[in-house]
Design a protein around this ligand. Sequence first.
Ligand SMILES: [Cu+2]
Length: 163
Amino acid sequence: MLPITLAAGLLACSPSSDEMSAEAELAAQIAPQGPVAEQAVEIIVSDLWLRPHLGGRTVTAAYFQAELAEGDADLLLSARIEGAERVELHGHFMDDAGVMQMREVGARLIEDDAPLAFVPGGLHLMVFGLETVSEGQTVEGVLVFQNGGDIPVTFNVQASAPL
Ligand SMILES: [Cu+2]
């Protein structure tokens, strides 16, 4: 799949403002992550939100945080959102010209000491073909984990991250 160039104002896909380990962070976002041992896990998902579509667009982004309450590792394999044609796990990377791009990434590792953060400027769910939604609505979805299975979630449609 070809990387998608970030168009200004397209989405919430702005580079992280955290300068310190920004490059390492970006590299980690796109690095493939291997299988994890089969085990019982309990995953707590929070801060679920989906950005309203910007004028006329059919693509938007959704975010969440996830942590392991039980077990020590799992993989987020994919996500689905009711009514969307497809949902991709996206990360950002810097191309050779120093331009921030985003593209589909593989499964994402979650560990007991390393929660998953899908946030603006970082990892995000890219949501294609969802009927236009606006602030105040909710959208149902599923996060699919290797060990945790299908976890039903509800995204609040809002223009910025929950406080
Ligand atoms: Cu994206």
